[in-house]
Design a protein. Structure first.
Length: 593
């Protein structure tokens, strides 16, 4: 670690860096709430998961059992089990109850949804700040804060109203980085273990990163037996933390051997892996060869044991039918690799991670001894995240977060070097160019916007506008003029429908809701007679459609001549009666008979 400066105010930035990071976070959070106040005011939860999260918290506050995560307002009366845990519900529910003391429940929900996503941002900035202070310079947290707050992709996960779990899992990833770079080995191991346990208790999206962090700690111990204390501390907190997370937050439905959440399947893996890794740390053989053989043996035992005991989990963790995968899950855009997306999407995602790898590589090349050893785990983690983009583009936020140390190292090296050049032009324009590079996330997004790379067609733009109008709170509230009913509608409209209106829905885009998803797709894609049969079997009394919504185009394009294609083309059916809505309404509402 480089020495801090002796200048007074800079020394204060070093000594009280945590306070300054929190001040920067509070200022940014205040700005975000101000700039997004209209979204807060109208409860604009744009993502289906955010809407479902609020629906789940409402059910909890209305008395639903802590361990019952069944959503009864979707596919009623039985409902369906969500694969989530209650962990992320806690801060949102707590904020709602707090604001309840000062305003109405409606406003308490809106304000809580605005504030809640900003809470994990503070932890993320602290984790990144601690990492770059150790690897780059005691004052490098300033640049890390700037880089991350301008990284467009991960910052979307902290935006007001983005109340789902992604921000919290990114915060745990930042804490994992801090643990990997912590010079106090046992403390670092505890931090990595607890961050992994919390992340897995929330959901399995970060499972590959948790596994990679464990592998990095194992490799570090193989290379240096003094790392035994870090490995042992990690092992204990991973196993113990996962067990505690399962006991406190796993739903009743997650206490069977399913593969899509922290169930007995993954709990067994973390506990066994923790026990075996702790044993390695305690044995701590002297020779590198013995440590390597033991590490390989432990990895083999875990992998083979998992395959033998839980063979059902060797495939997709969602365990959906081939029909559902082909009709829905395989078509989720964020599950496609980076090259499966147009340049306007791929470029802003990949730019910052590439710069981060360059910076990390340069830092390793320049480092010597302990500094190089400290950089290697972070660089390996960042490289792994870039490879994950080749699997699914949803790895973008994590890849950009893990790129921050490398980006900061690059900027911290180049800016002073350029300032020392003789050329006035280089001294002035060089740092500006470097700043553009280290803020690649912001500038890549801006460049795409300016140059309109891969500009969407007029038809695509019209669909996007229509989809937004379908989700608008003021539009949905007009449906409440009709008594509460069970509505048959698009899958992607279901979570928003039950959050904003008093009506119930049939399906939402969740794999445990697979039968209902297929019912909707069959109804809209098959014959009118089949559509009526499916709708009546679902218990729905009203049919709600929103023409030109993105999902609706799928039924028209892929199911020519099917029920929805006929309905959207103007066909009328005796068993559907059109119900009046305001003239500006984007919907068509029918009574099913």
């Amino acid at each position: 670690m480089k020495e801090a400066t002796s200048v007074g105010w800079l020394r204060d930035l070093d000594r009280h860096w945590i306070v300054w990071v929190l001040i920067a976070w509070a200022a940014f959070a205040g700005y975000q709430l101000w700039s997004d106040w209209n979204a807060v005011r109208w409860l604009s939860l744009g993502d289906t998961d955010d809407n479902m999260r609020l629906a789940q918290v409402r059910a909890l506050l209305d008395g639903q059992n802590w361990y019952d995560l069944r959503q009864y307002r979707m596919n009623p009366p039985a409902g369906f089990d969500m694969h989530w845990s209650r962990l992320v519900d806690l801060p949102l529910a707590g904020l709602i109850l707090l604001f309840d003391l000062f305003t109405t429940r409606s406003w308490a929900e809106r304000i809580a949804c605005g504030v809640a996503p900003l809470l994990p941002l503070a932890l993320t900035l602290l984790g990144l700040g601690a990492t770059v202070r150790r690897l780059v310079h005691p004052l490098a947290w300033t640049l890390a804060t700037l880089v991350f707050l301008t990284a467009f992709v991960p910052m979307l996960m902290y935006a007001p109203m983005r109340i789902d779990h992604h921000g919290w899992q990114l915060a745990m990833l930042a804490m994992t980085l801090a643990g990997l770079s912590d010079p106090r080995r046992a403390r670092g191991g505890v931090l990595v273990g607890l961050a992994s346990a919390v992340s897995l208790s929330i959901g399995l999206e970060m499972l590959p990163y948790c596994a990679m962090a464990g592998a990095i700690l194992g490799l570090r111990w193989v290379a240096d037996r003094d790392e035994a204390s870090r490995l042992a501390a990690y092992a204990l907190t991973l196993g113990g933390g996962s067990a505690l997370g399962f006991a406190l937050f796993a739903s009743n439905a997650n206490r069977v051997a399913r593969c899509d959440a922290l169930t007995p399947v993954w709990l067994s893996v973390t506990v066994v892996a923790g026990g075996l890794l702790f044993l390695l740390g305690r044995l701590n053989p002297v020779t590198l060869r013995t440590r390597l053989l033991l590490a390989l043996a432990v990895g083999g035992v875990i992998a083979v044991g998992f395959a033998l005991v839980f063979p059902q989990c060797l495939g997709r963790p969602e365990q959906v039918s081939d029909e559902l995968a082909a009709a829905w899950l395989n078509n989720v855009k964020e599950a496609k690799p980076i090259w499966g997306h147009p340049l306007r999407i791929a470029f802003p995602i990949i730019a910052l991670p590439i710069v981060g790898l360059i910076g990390a590589g340069l830092a390793i090349w320049r480092a010597r001894g302990v500094e190089r050893t400290d950089w290697l785990p972070v660089a390996l983690f960042a490289s792994f995240a870039v490879l994950m983009l080749a699997w699914q583009v949803r790895a973008g936020p994590a890849a950009q977060l893990l790129a921050v140390p490398g980006v900061v190292a690059l900027g911290w090296l180049l800016i002073p070097w350029l300032r020392g050049r003789r050329s006035v032009l280089v001294r002035v324009l060089g740092p500006v160019a470097v700043l553009i590079v280290v803020m690649a996330g912001l500038f890549a997004s801006t460049a795409v916007s300016w140059f309109r790379v891969d500009r969407p067609t007029t038809g695509q733009a019209r669909v996007n506008v229509a989809t937004g109008d379908c989700m608008r709170t003021s539009r949905l509230l007009t449906l409440n003029r009709y008594p509460r009913a069970r509505m048959f509608s698009f899958v992607d409209l279901g979570p928003r429908l039950i959050t904003v209106t008093h009506h119930d829905a049939i399906a939402g885009p969740y794999h445990r809701n697979g039968d209902a998803i297929m019912a909707v797709k069959h109804a809209f894609g098959r014959s009118p007679a089949e559509a009526r049969r499916i709708m009546r079997a679902s218990g729905a009394t009203l049919l709600l459609i929103c023409p030109n919504m993105a999902e609706s185009t799928i039924y028209r394009v892929r199911n020519k001549g099917g029920f929805y294609d006929q309905l959207a083309s103007g066909a009328r059916f005796p068993w559907l009666s059109r119900l009046p809505l305001p003239r500006s309404s984007p919907y068509a509402l029918y009574r099913i008979s």
